[in-house]
Design a protein. Structure first.
Length: 627
């Protein structure tokens, strides 16, 4: 696992400062505390920071091929590299190290961009060809590893983290108001945008080629879009079982200690059970808890660890929110408002004391249908077919007439019903719509100042179809899963886990996101994933072979924190100082009277606006750190 960075000029006569690339690497030393390296030549420089995981002595980067015409920096792991290594050796290649990095070099020699189809793992890479003076960039299929780039005067710069990339002061720092708008909808800036107009994220499943001052970006991987399979559930479960066992076994390969996150929920529990099955020694498992019992899963994790026989470690942690907020702004490099980043950081910090690599259950919800919003989508489609004359119109009229405020924490039947009716309208217009929009069109219209609205020119929610970009359109009925896999998964879930684990110099691996598992799941009919009353049906069927029934019945909890209560109590002074600051008011993006009303409603317990207020707080924190 590494952090990579570099810069290439269109003309070899334009030098690249080695000190600049070294500084970019230093800005992400946490990603690679064990080693560093640079390769420089006229008009180009590549750099890396390395966390030693495989071939501890021979894995130094940048790495070149035999004649020094190709130079590679690589972040990630290729889990099938031993098989690929044998094939390359049989084809006559001379491999000098025992790294997965070298396998990529020789595959590129043989197949160019086609080499990516052979790679099974997580990666972001940059390869410079000295003969054609071209820079090849690529990101893994599901976006587990990040890669930012920007075209600069005369060249192109790239880095694993946005903070590192912006060390290059030739990159225009103008903020994208479109990105701010989309951030407020999603709580993250969706790919391929970044918070800066001049910077892009290389989308998941894509490669880019920079040559002679021209940049070309192409997609190399899409989800299968053929008709769903008709195999019986038992056969599908057998096939998924085999794929998951293989995915877990491959991710146990390392020359350093390997453990796992364990929450006691279905996904992480299944991963740990399969790890325990594949190893003779007990798996090291790690859990954290909090003083607020409602938000702690320690008892469930402890019980399952005892049942599986793992070497279990747990810790009750202090959230340390005020201390962590600047760290979040630094590591994400742009506004990011998924508050579960806070417990993810603490869990990674605790696990790093004992292991260098940790397996997680990430991806189970997006791939196998675990979110309640998918069920809400089914209900919305049924509701939209309900004739207005049979009561649907009356319900909507009644909701419009009711004016009493939402009850404490905003969990009244009125709020839930109103939100569902709004969601159903959106689903009717755009089947790809996700419930996961936090500032909807009406909320933005109330929030935005006239100047901001006029400058940006829109106040609508994010168009999911536009975000899908070059992805193949999904089969009907599974639009939300496709949208989440293309947007929410790489830019929220994977971004959160990557930045927070790497902030602790911990590598995380997600077997449920093995691309063969994901491709298989894409062919499974929706009814075997989720129904109106059940989630992750096929995954639960497999998990039932390895886990006790109590785990299968346990409702989804999520990695939540008591954010609503904090903003009413401990964090209230900080929230009010931040959102009333002179910088916030003078920037003039948002109506101060509306922000004040939001805080008053939340603090008074009339509505739960914790997610929206947290989004504004993270935006202001990042803006303050940037300027």
């Amino acid at each position: 696992m590494c952090g990579i960075a570099g810069k290439v000029q269109a003309s070899p006569g334009d030098p690249v400062s080695e000190a600049l690339v070294a500084a970019m690497c230093a800005a992400m030393a946490h990603r690679g505390p064990d080693d560093q390296g640079l390769h420089a030549e006229p008009g180009a420089c590549l750099g890396m920071r390395r966390l030693k995981v495989i071939d501890l002595e021979g894995g130094h980067q940048p790495l070149a091929n035999e004649d020094g015409t190709l130079w590679l920096v690589f972040n990630g792991e290729i889990y099938n590299y031993l098989e690929l290594r044998r094939q390359l050796a049989a084809a006559g290649h001379c491999l000098r190290t025992h790294t997965d990095t070298e396998v990529i070099l020789h595959l590129y020699e043989d197949e160019g961009v086609g080499c990516l189809r052979h790679l099974r793992g997580m990666f972001a890479l940059a390869l410079f060809d000295t003969r054609s003076r071209s820079l090849f960039l690529a990101r893994d299929r599901l976006g587990k590893k990040p890669l930012y780039y920007a075209q600069t005067p005369g060249g192109l710069a790239f880095a694993s983290e946005l903070t590192a990339l912006m060390v290059d002061r030739t990159i225009d720092r103008q903020i994208s108001l479109e990105a701010v708008d989309q951030y407020l909808s999603c709580l993250f800036v969706p790919q391929p945008m970044s918070i800066y107009r001049a910077v892009n994220k290389l989308p998941s499943g894509c490669w880019a080629l920079y040559q002679d001052g021209q940049l070309r970006v192409e997609r190399y991987w899409r989800l299968p879009d053929g008709p769903p399979r008709r195999d019986p559930p038992a056969q599908l479960a057998d096939e998924l079982d085999h794929l998951l066992q293989e995915a877990v076994s491959l991710r146990l390969l390392a020359d350093v200690p390997v453990g796992a996150f364990l929450s006691g929920g279905l996904d992480s529990s299944l991963v740990v059970a399969l790890m325990q099955r594949a190893r003779s020694a007990p798996v090291r498992t790690y859990s954290i808890g909090f003083h607020e019992a409602t938000f702690s899963e320690l008892p469930q994790a402890r019980q399952l660890a005892a049942w599986l026989g793992t070497e279990h470690h747990e810790e009750v942690v202090d959230y340390q929110v005020r201390d962590l907020v600047p760290k979040l702004a630094y590591h994400f490099g742009e506004p990011f408002a998924d508050s579960s980043a806070i417990p993810t950081y603490h869990l990674s910090r605790v696990a790093r004391r004992g292991v260098t690599v940790a397996l997680s259950g990430d991806g189970g919800d997006e791939v196998f249908g675990g979110y309640r919003r998918y069920q809400a989508g089914l209900l919305a489609r049924w509701y939209n077919r309900w004739p207005r004359a049979c009561g649907r119109g009356g319900l909507e009229y009644l909701l419009g007439c009711l004016t009493e405020p939402d009850t404490y924490y905003g969990r009244s039947w009125r709020k839930k019903t109103r939100r569902f009716v709004e969601f159903a309208r959106m689903v009717d217009e755009k089947p790809h719509t996700s419930w996961n929009f936090f500032f909807d069109a009406a909320a933005k219209k109330s929030l935005y100042s006239e100047e901001f609205a006029d400058t940006w020119g829109r106040t609508g929610t994010v168009d999911p179809v536009a975000l899908l970009g070059s992805w193949t359109m999904p089969v009907p009925g599974q639009e939300m899963l496709w949208t989440d896999i293309a947007t929410y998964l790489p830019e929220d879930i994977m971004a959160k886990v990557d930045r927070m684990s790497m902030a602790c110099s911990l590598e995380t691996r997600a077997p449920l996101l093995d691309h063969r598992v994901v491709e298989f799941a894409a062919t499974v009919p929706r009814v075997h994933k989720y129904s109106l009353f059940h989630t992750k049906r096929l995954l639960r069927r497999v998990a039932g072979r390895y886990l006790p029934p109590a785990v299968l019945r346990r409702p989804k909890q999520g990695f939540a924190i008591p954010l609503a209560g904090w903003l009413r109590r401990e964090l209230r002074p900080w929230m009010e100082d931040t959102l009333r600051s002179r910088a916030c008011r003078e920037r003039g993006w948002f109506r101060q009277d509306h922000v004040e009303a939001m805080m008053a409603e939340h603090v008074g317990g009339r509505r739960d606006l914790s997610q929206q207020l947290w989004a504004l707080l993270m935006l202001e924190t990042w803006l303050g750190a940037e300027h």
